[in-house]
Design a protein around this ligand. Structure first.
Ligand SMILES: [Zn+2]
Length: 282
């Protein structure tokens, strides 16, 4: 089996970059015959409802949630690799997570926007910044996301030092030990985007990222792995800027397709993983 890519884009800027991504992104996918999941913040969806409704109906995009206000569900405490600077820090980086009450209120607001704009709730949630172990060590947060209807997550996107890359050997898995057998953690593998590849490798820029990604694709195809791949709508406020931001993604998509790797949306992958299962939901 030549492997699977779950392409997920965080569309979160709630400004012209998000609007341009919505306008150009569908054509980008259709030209390559692939599909993707866009994890959109409620604030972004509320600002550009018509654009995202059109993308949702295109068939190329699976629209899911990324909180309303891009709040962190857990704190991030990153041990910065020697010689690197991450988020402006050379040693340790800390960003505080929201409280469970704040998470509960934010997700309620996010799902209300999905109802208002798309007439449905989101089933998938990318947790901003993503964390080591995802929500695996926080059953209290799993209770909250479950109550709001989320059944597949990208919350596990950092290694044991709360950094990157996330090893490809860690596959998507259900939250069975925590008592949520129908909640699937999709992971975010490798680096979360081109700029984070540069930060965590200490490279001057991301010019080495396309070659790195081709190497990952070779491995995914050879070993039949599932690769949950992430990017963002950052700095996409013009068509030229969109083209520059997605150049590496286009290169990888063409290369992966040539290897026989399939692109699945998160919704399709969740359906595949739960088909025929007899595990009861909570
Ligand atoms: Zn984000």
């Amino acid at each position: 089996m030549p492997g699977t890519i779950l392409l997920g884009i965080d569309v979160e800027t709630a400004n012209e970059s998000a609007a341009t991504y919505a306008r150009r992104g569908v054509e980008f996918l259709e030209r390559r015959g692939i599909r993707a999941t866009w994890y959109v913040t409620g604030r972004t969806l509320a600002r550009y409802p018509a654009l995202f409704l059109e993308a949702d109906r295109s068939g190329a995009v699976d629209l899911q949630g990324h909180t309303y206000d891009h709040i962190l569900l857990k704190s991030v405490l990153t041990e910065v690799p020697p010689g690197c600077t991450v988020c402006g820090r050379p040693d340790v980086f800390f960003k505080r997570g929201a409280s469970p009450a704040e998470v509960d209120a934010d997700l309620a607001r996010c799902q209300q926007v999905f109802e208002d704009v798309l007439g449905r709730r989101a089933r998938g949630l990318t947790c901003p910044w993503a964390y080591y172990r995802g929500l695996g060590d926080r059953p209290d947060l799993l209770e909250i996301v479950y109550a709001h209807g989320f059944r597949f997550l990208r919350s596990f996107g950092r290694d044991a030092r709360d950094g990157q890359p996330v090893p490809m050997e860690w596959p998507p898995a259900f939250y069975v030990p925590q008592g949520f057998p129908d909640v699937l953690e999709l992971m975010i593998h490798d680096y979360q985007d081109d700029y984070l590849f540069a930060e965590f490798t200490g490279a001057a820029d991301a010019s080495g990222y396309p070659a790195h990604l081709r190497g990952v694709a070779d491995r995914v195809a050879a070993e039949g792995l599932v690769w949950s791949l992430c990017s963002h709508d950052h700095n996409c406020d013009t068509p030229d800027a969109f083209a520059a931001k997605t150049a590496w993604l286009g290169d990888l998509a063409d290369y992966a397709t040539s290897l026989g790797i399939r692109f699945l949306t998160a919704s399709a992958y969740y359906a595949e993983r739960t088909a025929g299962r007899t595990v009861a939901s909570r």
